[in-house]
Design a protein around this ligand. Sequence first.
Ligand SMILES: [Zn+2]
Length: 400
Amino acid sequence: MRLFIFSFILFLGSVELKAQRVCSSTSQASYAPTAFSITSQNNNVPIEQVITIPVVVHVLYNSATENISEAQIISQIEALNADFAKTNKDFNKVPAVFAKLAASTNIRFELAKTNPMGQSTTGIVRKKTTRLMWSDDNKIKAEASGGSTTWDANSYLNVWVCNTVPGLTGYASFPGSAMATDGIVVRYDAFGTTGKIAFPFNKGRTLTHEVGHWLGLKHLWGDQQCGDDGIEDTPKQRGGNTGDPVFPKISPCSPNPDGEMFMNYMDFTNDASMGMFTEGQKKAMRTQFAVSGSRNSFLKSKGLAAAWNNMAPEVLPVNTRNLVVYPNPVHTSTMRLVVNTPMGVNGKNFAIIASNGQVVKTGHIQEMEQEIDVQHLSAGMYQIRLTDTESNSHTKFIKN
Ligand SMILES: [Zn+2]
C-alpha cells in the first residue's frame, strides 16, 4: 500500500496533476466484503431502520488555516448526510439509467454528544501539532506518535482532519481493522462545503467516499484493471475515473451502451461529478451492522445519548505551551497569563470559567504576557481559555 501511494505521488509530481483524487484505501488481500454471506444476511438490520453513527472529528493543525471552523465541520456532516440519504441537490445530474439504481441508505451521521467517559462534548477535538503534513501511516491516530488518540472505535466513527502529503486526499480503514487505528483521515481543504475548501474537492465527497470504505465498499474497479467491487449493480470498469467525465463513458471493460458509473461515490472523479450509491452498495454497507457484522456495536453506541457523567467537566486536550498561568495555584490578587499561540495575541479575548461552567471574567489580550486581576475570584478551580472561534487553547488554575 505504501509503495502504491509513493509511486502515485511521484507520478503526480512529474505531470503536475495536483487536483487529482488520491485515496490510498486499497482493500487488503485479507479483506473480503461480508455483504452476501449467508450468516450475516439472516441478522440484518431492517432496511427501513435508520442507523445513526456518532462522529468525532479530530482537527490536527499546524497553521491557523488548517484549524478549520466549526461551520466547516458542520457543513461536512450535512453534505455526508445528504449524500447518504440521496437528498444531494445535484442528484438530478445523475443519468436516468443509473439514477434508477441509486439508493437512500438510511444511514445517518451526527457529531457525538457524549464522549467515551460519559461527558458532554461538541464531538470536535482540536490539537496543535508541530508536524507539517501527514501520510497514510496512521501516526495521526495516537497521542504517542504526535496525533490525537482514537475514541472507542466500537462506538464512534473517528475522523481526523489535517494537512496530508501532496496528492493524498484521504484514506480509511476497512471493517475488521485494528480498533486503535480504525477511522478516516481527510485533507483539511477537501473537507466540508464552506470555509477553507479547495476545488475540485469542495462538496464534501472525500468523506462520503471514505465512509463507503469504512463500511466495506471497494473502489468500483476493485483496485484491478477491469476489476470488480463485488457489488452486483455497479458495472465493471477499467480503473479509477478522474476529473469530470462525459456520459456515457465507454471502456473495453464495460461494453454496454451506458458505460462506466463514474458518478458513483466510490470512483475517483471530482466532487461535482459524483452523486450516488447504488442499492447493492447500500445493502453491502448495511450488512456491516448485522449481528455478525463488523459495525454491529454502533447500534449500542452511547455517543449520541445524554451525558451521564456530569461530575467532571469535559477533559479537553490542554496545550500548556500555548497558555500558561503563574503562579499556580494563585495566592495573590493578580496572576500572570502567558500566551504563546501560533496566531499571535492580536485580537484575542479570554474567559475565566468556574467549575460550575459560569463565566466569571472576560478580557482582551494585549501582550504575550499580561497581568490579570483575580482578586474577586473565590477559592476554587478555574479554567482560562481563549475565546476566539479558531482557537481551543485553554488551561486550568487554582485560586487559593
Ligand atoms: Zn478510496
